[in-house]
Design a protein around this ligand. Sequence first.
Ligand code: 13P
Ligand code: SF4
Length: 349
Amino acid sequence: MTDMAAMQAELANHYDLTPSMARAKEMGEIYGRMDRVVPEADFALHAPYIEAINRLKRERNAVILAHNYMTPDIYHGVADFVGDSLQLAIEATRVEEDVIVQCGVHFMAETSKILNPDKTVLIPDMGAGCSLAESITAEGIEEMRAKYPGAPVVSYVNTTAEVKAASDICCTSSNALSIVESMESDTVIMTPDQFLAQNVAAQSTKNVVYWPGSCIVHELYTADDMKSYREGDPELKIIAHPECPPDVVAEADFTGSTSGIIGWVRENKPKKAMLVTECSMASNISDSLPEVEFAKPCNMCPYMKKITLEKILWSLHTMSPEVHVDPQIAERARQSVQKMIDLSSSLKN
Ligand code: 13P
Ligand code: SF4
């Protein structure tokens, strides 16, 4: 990417990005979705970007698909669709616009490209990676196949296109157990998240073997911390993502995908909730759930946080950086992703 100063100067030449309380006030409806967590003065900084992005998005015939871990200014201000990895992948199959701006990490943008080879897929920062996706290559998949001959490979969507292409099927945190259970073989290889695999194994009839990758955000939580938070506040509901270690999951009142977590909190409206996942989750839903007090701590994903309003505007302004996937790899990867989407919807019905 162009250096920040040059980028800011070029943007200032084309858009009025002066912080403005007056413009912020005109955008009261959008601000109302985040005013519990975003101070007014900060929104005055965001408002001109939100306005410029939303206008440019229409001019470019673009859609913004945003993950639940985006900050509230992105989640409530410019996203056309928000969701967990499975929902974003499904939504990507329905996009009619010419351009997808993926506000999330690189593997999510690659998944959108794999499902839409003829569309332009942009990611506002190419450096938005993922510790899980970086933990395994296609060679790693072949190693696992050699170690467990005949066992199918179920790869988390948090992987590169090459890894998806080398796998039999993908899964996400919301369908991992049912995908593993649907495999015919007794032994199933799961990659690359050891904790998701162990959490699935705890509920599965299969012999689940796995790759030793982990998420740098969720691996930091410990069962001892959970116990002491609960002792300190017996009313606290602990809600965890399945990328957390199994002893953390064992302490939780509910475990689910990012959208599963949001759904559980909306339905159960606990007095106090601790979301054992990325920090923006609580911020994004706290305005619509004023009756719920969200307890800290949470952990930040440094990759997700690379995506900012400024970079989204730059991305739409320059129509870059664009995500490309080798067509042959994309075709094989698409089969793994599509199998997962099809199986997920047939298991639901
Ligand atoms: P979800 O599929 O639950 O949204 O998880 C994606 C992710 O990267 C969590 O760390
Ligand atoms: Fe990857 Fe973890 Fe960040 Fe999710 S939270 S994108 S799994 S590093």
